[in-house]
Design a protein around this ligand. Structure first.
Ligand code: MN3
Length: 202
């Protein structure tokens, strides 16, 4: 059973002006599609074929570079599309809001810490908000297409919010201004989906 490139829940231009349509289209149809196809090629005929992506990543052998890079890329982008939506839909509330306040003091301090994790990731990678069993949340970041589900990656828990800081995610619109892209991301976070993931994983 091959993995399939998931459809977006909105149009490519739905996140404008924060993320432009051309970036979204290339990111989805070229980059994410490439990870999907390469993952399928990497697991074809192996004992990973037929397993869920969560199962593959949770039990990953880190020296399996093809599955690490492409399985991570498949999972990370699938999450990324879902934790965004057009402006104004969904607000941070409930148990997740409480967990963020408990861990960071306020939403503004959380935003500062998440933005720092994203802006200081050297080269390519991701910033994450993860939840640990019991409900505690934690910010971390990973290089390349690594992912908090991968064992021993130094960034643990279940990811519930992720931000792609590879240049391909922002270069057309923001060029080298990664901090502007990070700031814009906060206008399109789908907090309903992040909270759903929090409640499912805590
Ligand atoms: Mn990407």
């Amino acid at each position: 059973m091959a993995f399939e490139l998931p459809k977006l829940g909105y149009a490519y231009d739905a996140l404008e002006p924060y993320i432009d349509a051309k970036t979204m289209e290339i990111h989805h149809t070229k980059h994410h599609n490439g990870y999907t196809n390469n993952l399928n090629n990497a697991i074809a005929g192996t004992d990973l074929d037929g397993k869920s992506i969560d199962d593959i990543l949770t039990n990953l052998e880190l020296d399996n570079a093809a599955v690490r890079n492409n399985g991570g890329g498949f999972y990370n982008h699938s999450l990324f599309w879902q934790v965004m939506n057009p402006e104004g839909k969904g607000r941070l509330s409930g148990a997740l809001a409480d967990a963020i306040n408990d861990a960071y003091g306020s939403f503004e301090e959380f935003k500062t810490a998440f933005s720092k994790a994203a802006s200081t990731r050297f080269g390519s990678g991701w910033a994450w908000l993860c939840v640990h069993k019991g409900g505690k949340v934690e910010i971390c970041s990973t290089p390349n297409q690594d992912n908090p589900l991968m064992p021993g990656i130094g960034c643990g828990g279940t990811p519930i919010l992720g931000l792609d800081v590879w240049e391909h995610a922002y270069y057309l619109n923001y060029q080298n201004r990664r901090p502007d892209y990070i700031n814009a991301f906060f206008n399109v976070i789908n907090w309903n989906e992040v909270e759903r993931r929090y409640n499912a994983a805590k």
